[in-house]
Design a protein around this ligand. Structure first.
Ligand code: COA
Length: 371
C-alpha cells in the first residue's frame, strides 16, 4: 500500500520591518483608505538588506523541523517554491540545504508564482506516496519587495515579504494530503509578469531604464481570473477526495485581496468565519501566504489534528490550484533538534566544505565564486 503524506511540522518567518499604507502614501499617489477598501491590506513586511529569500526560508524551515522533531540530516528532499529566488541558479533550495546541513537531501526550486506552495505540497505528497522518499521539507519564500517598482501604485501597495515551511512525512496511517488539483493557462502569461532578467529579455541598461526588471500587472484582469478560479478549484479538490464542502472545517486561501476571498466565500456559500484571513497585516506574500496563514491559524487554535482544511491559490502563469488536507499532529513528541546548536554546527560544516574545496582548488588550480 502507498504510504500517506502527513504534514507534521510548520513554521513561518517574516521580516521585522513594517511598511504601513500611510508610509506608502508618502511614496506614491495613494491613500490608506483606498488601499484598505480595494484590497483589505493595512501593512506589509519588508526584508532588511541582510535578509533574503534563503534566510527567511531557513528560519521558517528550522521552526518546522523543530515542530516535527526531525533533524535536517533526516530530510530526503527540499522543495523551495519562490518567484523571488536568490539567483536564477543555483537554486535557493540548495542554499537552504547548506544552511540547514541537510546532508542527504535533494533540493530544487519550483516556480508556480503565488500557487507555488500548493504545487510544492502536491509534488512532495506524490513523492512520498510513490515510496521513493520519507521526509520532505516544503518552503514558500519571497522577497518580492526586491522586484517592486515603488513608483507604481498599481503593484507596490500589494506585495510583502515572508516565508513559511511545512515538513511532510510518510506514514501508513490514513490522512494527510487527501487530494490536490493543479491548473495552468499560459495564454494569460502577460497579465502578471517580470519581463526582464530571463533568457527572453536578458538584463541590460535598456531593460533597467524601462523598468522591465519590476513586476508588471493588469490588476483588473487578474482580479477577474482569481474570483472565477478560487471557488471552482476548491470544489474540484473536495470532489477529488470524494467529500463535500460540508466536510471541510477550514479554508486557507492565498492572501492577495480581501475582496477576492469574500467573493470566493460567496460563490461557495461558506461563511467567511471558516476562512483564514491575515492579508491586512502581511499583504500578498505570494507563495508564502498560505503557510504563514496556516501557522497563525494553528497558533489561534483554529486548526487542530483531524480537521480537514483546503488550501487554494492562484497566481502568475496563470496558475491556480487547491489541496485538501486532513490535519495531523507531529509524529515524534520528544524534542530531537536544538536549533541553536544546529545553526552553529551547520556553519562549521559549510565552512569546512568550502575550505576543502578551496584547498582542492589550490592543488588543482580552479576557483570557486562565493555565494
Ligand atoms: N491608489 C489610488 N488609486 C489607485 C491605486 C492606488 N494604489 N491604484 C489604482 N488606482 C486608481 C486607478 O488609476 C483607477 O483610476 P481611474 O478610474 O481614474 O482610471 C482606479 O483607481 C480604479 O482602478 P482599478 O484598477 O479598476 O482598481 P481595482 O478596484 O481593480 O483595484 C487592484 C486594483 C490592483 C487592487 C485590484 O485590481 C486587484 O487586487 N487585482 C488583483 C491583483 C492581485 O491579486 N495580484 C496578485 C495575484 S497573485
Amino acid at each position: 500500500m502507498s504510504p500517506y503524506a502527513h504534514i507534521t511540522g510548520w513554521g513561518m518567518a517574516v521580516p521585522e520591518k513594517v511598511l504601513t499604507n500611510d508610509e506608502l502614501a508618502e511614496m506614491v499617489d495613494t491613500t490608506d483608505q483606498w488601499i484598505r477598501e480595494r484590497t483589505g491590506i493595512r501593512e506589509r513586511r519588508i526584508a532588511s538588506p541582510d535578509q533574503s529569500s534563503a534566510t527567511l526560508a531557513t528560519e521558517a524551515a528550522l521552526q518546522a523541523l523543530e515542530v516535527a522533531n526531525l533533524k535536517p540530516s533526516e530530510l530526503d528532499l527540499i522543495i523551495v517554491s519562490t518567484s523571488s529566488p536568490e539567483h536564477i541558479f543555483p537554486s535557493t533550495a540548495c542554499l537552504v540545504q547548506d544552511r540547514l546541513g541537510a546532508a542527504k537531501a535533494g533540493a530544487f526550486d519550483l516556480l508556480a508564482a503565488c500557487t507555488g506552495f500548493i504545487y510544492a505540497i502536491s509534488t512532495a505528497s506524490q513523492a512520498i506516496r510513490s515510496g521513493s522518499v520519507k521526509n520532505v521539507l516544503v518552503i514558500g519564500a519571497e522577497t518580492l519587495s526586491r522586484f517592486t517598482n515603488w513608483q507604481d501604485r498599481n503593484t507596490c501597495i500589494l506585495f510583502g515579504d515572508g516565508a513559511g515551511a511545512f515538513v511532510l512525512q510518510a506514514s501508513e496511517t490514513p490522512g494527510g494530503v487527501l487530494s490536490a488539483v493543479l491548473r495552468s493557462d499560459g495564454s494569460g502569461a502577460d497579465l502578471l509578469t517580470l519581463p526582464a532578467g530571463g533568457s527572453r529579455l536578458p538584463a541590460s541598461h535598456d531593460t533597467v531604464d524601462k523598468g522591465q526588471h519590476f513586476i508588471h500587472m493588469n490588476g483588473r484582469e487578474v482580479f477577474r481570473f482569481a474570483t472565477r478560479v478560487m471557488s471552482q478549484t476548491t470544489r474540484e479538490t473536495v470532489e477529488a477526495a470524494q467529500l463535500t464542502l460540508d466536510d471541510v472545517d477550514l479554508i486557507i486561501p492565498h492572501q492577495a485581496n480581501q475582496r477576492i476571498i469574500e467573493s470566493a466565500a460567496r460563490s461557495l456559500d461558506i461563511p467567511l468565519e471558516r476562512f483564514v484571513i491575515n492579508v491586512e497585516r502581511y499583504g500578498n506574500t505570494s507563495t508564502a501566504s498560505i503557510p504563514i496563514a496556516t501557522c497563525e491559524a494553528i497558533q489561534q487554535g483554529r486548526l487542530n489534528p483531524g480537521d480537514r482544511v483546503v488550501f487554494v491559490g492562484f497566481g502568475a502563469g496563470l496558475t491556480w490550484g487547491a489541496a485538501l488536507i486532513e490535519w495531523s499532529a507531529p509524529f515524534l513528541p520528544e524534542k530531537a533538534i536544538y536549533p541553536f546548536t544546529y545553526r552553529l554546527w551547520v556553519r562549521v560544516r559549510s565552512y569546512l566544505r568550502r575550505l576543502i574545496r578551496h584547498i582542492e582548488g589550490l592543488i588543482w588550480g580552479s576557483k570557486y565564486p562565493d555565494i
